[in-house]
Design a protein around this ligand. Structure first.
Ligand SMILES: Nc1ncnc2c1ncn2[C@@H]1O[C@H](COP(=O)(O)OP(=O)(O)OP(=O)(O)O)[C@@H](O)[C@H]1O
Ligand SMILES: [Mg+2]
Length: 118
């Protein structure tokens, strides 16, 4: 059976001028639908970078992400990331921060009850 989400041989390198930082090297992970996975590691080890690649916000240097066998190469409503900082509104609750994006993307296609349940 194919995995729901497959991270396939992902490398990520950031280049700034002459400096190159290899952040992710050969990351492989398969996640089934309904499975709950935590990625843990020290600050700067590349957790957010990996999530950004899954979200389609940044590309992998090598390898890629497959969601239900389709390659991820852009953001889409089938994947969501709650950012660590910058984009969070501190006067809203966690739920309200998440709801902002859900309401924006699904305003026309899902009822309020469905958006709440999702
Ligand atoms: N756009 C970028 N350009 C250059 N380097 C970057 C960029 N984004 C992240 N990095 C570097 O990649 C490494 C991984 O960063 P990342 O934010 O993915 O770590 P993290 O595991 O999420 O850390 P934290 O636990 O602090 O959130 C760090 O060394 C960071 O400085
Ligand atoms: Mg992070």
């Amino acid at each position: 059976m194919q995995a729901y989400l497959k991270l396939d041989h992902i490398d990520k390198t950031f280049t700034r001028g002459n400096a190159t930082t290899e952040v992710l090297k050969d990351i492989n992970l398969t996640i089934e639908k309904g499975e709950y996975v935590s990625i843990i590691g020290h600050s700067g080890c590349g957790k957010s970078t990996l999530l950004n690649i899954v979200a389609g916000l940044t590309g992998a240097t090598n390898g890629g992400v497959l969601l239900e066998n389709r390659e991820v190469n852009a953001p889409g409503p089938d994947r969501a990331v709650v950012f660590q900082n910058h984009s969070l509104l501190p006067w809203l609750t966690v739920y309200e921060n998440v709801k902002l994006g859900v309401d924006k993307v699904f305003a026309k296609t899902k009822s309020r009850a469905e958006r709440d349940a999702g």
